[in-house]
Write a protein that binds this ligand. Structure first.
Ligand code: CTP
Length: 412
């Protein structure tokens, strides 16, 4: 974690989730960061200035008008290594997106050249409003990092999307943005700028009953690495994941469980994506019947060995291959334990893919659960590139380099 000694402006706006910003502040200070809190007028209705002043590294600031320091926004903006806004209300997102500065926080956001992380939180209806989503999209296209809200209890007892991400996840995202890991290597800094990338990750879970599932050993690590690398290279990334793990900074995440859930989320979104990377290990079979109660042992094995009848899941990568738009790049994965290249090339053709990432998951340190991977990339016209054992981020880099090349080839 690279928080020690870093100067962070913590912007807090007026939403019920402002109380969680106190925890964000404490965690940042505990990790060694220098935190300068800036509260909007609205925030002061929810949380006390004294609380922040007591916890932070310098007193709270709330106003553009300060006799001792006439231009606080330029001092704050220029001195910051990062600005994080948690919670970020619809108002502040709108003001920031449109360059409207009417208070200290919005002025600081415009005055800074440091990376900015916004953590939206609001009622579901507001969160889903196209105006809010458009503003966020605009900010993302300018490189602003987003820590996506989750679903859960909101103000007034309502439940839905729009709940501020957990303070630990916000602090992890801040550290990640500050970390060198997020800085793409030379020349790749923005080779995916403005490109929309859809990535899937993890093994799907097919329910047998409310307790038991059929799944596989995919950890989702390669998919997360791909999402993080694509975001670091300027892409607008959506990660559809079966794994309960915070999204990499700047990546929108949608959690799913089964193959059918994943299909329902991925297929409509794939229409608008420039690049689709199907890194998920999608189950090939699922139980025909999902029991509505936990099956007792005697029910499962009434007469002889336990009996679970399976049916095939739908291979929606085949659908994506059929519906592929000109210029769209479709990447599949093939985890094999034998005949790696033959099997992978057959999938490349059968599913009409542009690239397949083949790995022999029986080799040491390769594939499921490991932090490392070794793959062979297969593409059009017999294209083959071997990526020897390395960390999954480096594999992600190689995959996205190949994607960029394919996009260049199709556009010229
Ligand atoms: N895939 C999919 N839907 C499925 C099964 C697989 O979209 N129901 C995708 C995976 O995400 C992966 C690719 O297809 O990108 C290859 O998956 P894999 O399981 O290796 O291939 P299968 O076609 O299922 O072949 P087999 O199980 O016989 O190896």
């Amino acid at each position: 974690m690279s928080l020690a000694g870093r100067r962070i402006v913590l912007g807090v706006t007026g939403g019920i989730a402002a109380y969680k910003a106190i925890d964000v502040c404490r965690r940042l200070v505990d990790a060694g960061a220098h935190v300068a809190p800036v509260l909007t007028e609205g925030a002061t209705h929810f949380v006390g200035e004294t609380t922040f002043s007591a916890l932070a590294s310098e007193p709270v600031q709330t106003s553009l008008w300060h006799e001792d320091s006439p231009i606080p926004h330029t001092r704050l903006g220029q001195g910051a290594d990062l600005v994080v806004v948690a919670p970020a209300t619809a108002r502040v997102l709108s003001a920031y997106a449109h360059g409207y500065s009417d208070d200290l926080l919005t002025a600081t956001l415009l005055a800074t050249r440091a990376p900015v992380v916004v953590c939206p939180a609001m009622h579901t209806e507001m969160w889903e409003h196209p105006a809010v989503q458009d503003n966020l999209e605009l900010l993302r296209s300018r490189g602003v990092h987003v820590v996506w809200p989750t679903e859960g209890r909101l103000a007034g007892g309502d439940v839905g999307a729009g709940r501020l991400a957990e303070p630990a996840d916000i602090v992890a995202a801040v550290a990640h943005v500050l970390d060198g890991a997020d800085a793409p290597p030379d020349g790749r800094a923005d080779d995916l700028a403005g490109v929309s990338v859809l990535v899937t990750a993890g093994g799907t879970r097919e329910a047998i009953d409310p307790v038991r599932v059929i799944t596989n050993r995919s950890s989702g690590k390669q998919g997360y690495a791909l999402a993080a690398e694509a975001a670091a290279r300027g892409a607008r990334v959506t990660l559809v994941s079966t794994v309960e793990r915070a999204a990499p900074a700047g990546v929108e995440m949608i959690e799913v469980a089964s193959a059918a859930d994943m299909q329902a989320v991925v297929v409509p979104r794939a229409d608008h994506a420039d690049v689709v990377v199907m890194a998920a290990a999608v189950a090939d079979f699922r139980p025909v019947v999902v029991a509505d109660h936990k099956l007792k042992k005697h029910e499962l094995a009434a007469d002889g060995p336990p009996h679970i009848v399976l049916e095939p899941t739908h291979d929606f990568l085949v659908d994506l291959g059929r519906a592929k738009r000109p210029g769209q790049v479709l990447v599949g994965f093939a985890a094999e334990t034998r005949d790696l290249l033959d099997n992978a090339r057959a999938k490349l053709e059968r599913k009409n893919l542009d690239l397949i990432v083949a790995n022999d998951v029986s080799a040491p340190g390769v594939g499921f659960e490991h932090d490392t991977n070794a793959v062979v990339l297969l593409g059009p016209g017999g294209m083959r590139q071997d990526v020897p054992l390395t960390d999954k981020r480096a594999v992600a880099r190689a995959v996205l380099d190949a994607v960029v090349e394919l996009r260049t080839a199709t556009s010229s």
